[in-house]
Design a protein around this ligand. Structure first.
Ligand code: AMP
Length: 170
């Protein structure tokens, strides 16, 4: 995984002044590193113990889909407002650079009882906390969160009472 860090580019003051944005898209331009990363994520107990995974729009979908196929775990999605049809459950949250809300299709959520949350990056933890609240409110078990990058200085993981695994600490 030595090469992984070199594929992540930092853009300063994007999308707002003061934010050091970590661009993970270089990872999916190197299939060898991407494959190794997905194998590593799939070997996590968090994935193994879960019945299904829930990935978060949009970059979480990239890793979530690959893990879903590799680990044979069905995937449901948490999306931003106005993107999902049907009956939804929705909650607001604040993130490192703004406010948003996330929604999950009720029908999809009903199918599985334990979830591994997958996202690209953990910053303040607000996004994952929003998904965790939606899952808890609906009586679901959270096996844990797995992310590619964790911004350690923001202590996002301190918000959670479930296991958190990150591949790269920046
Ligand atoms: P947070 O809710 O603060 O943990 O933010 C996590 C979400 O926002 C993830 O879905 C990331 O894709 C995105 N994000 C937050 N901060 C950054 C950053 N510095 N670089 C790239 N993405 C970020």
């Amino acid at each position: 995984m030595k090469k992984l860090e070199s594929l992540i580019k930092t853009y300063y003051d994007f999308p707002k002044k003061g934010i050091a944005f970590k661009d993970i898209l270089g990872i999916i331009q190197d299939t060898e590193v991407f494959r190794e990363l997905i194998h590593k994520m799939c070997s996590s107990k968090i994935i193994k113990n879960s019945e299904a995974i829930i990935s978060i729009e949009a970059r979480g979908f990239i890793f979530g889909s690959a893990i879903s196929l590799q680990a044979s775990k069905p995937m449901i999605v948490a999306r931003k407002p106005g993107k999902l049809p049907g009956e939804l459950i929705q909650e607001n949250y604040s993130l490192e650079y703004g406010e948003n809300s996330l929604a999950i299709q009720k029908e999809a959520l009903k199918k599985f009882s334990s979830y591994a949350i997958v996202d690209d990056l953990l910053a303040t933890g607000g996004t994952v906390d929003c998904v965790a609240n939606l899952l808890h409110q609906n009586g679901k078990n959270i096996c844990g969160l797995i992310t590619v990058i964790e911004l350690q200085e923001l202590y996002g993981r301190s918000k959670f009472n479930f296991p958190v695994e990150s591949i790269l600490f920046l």
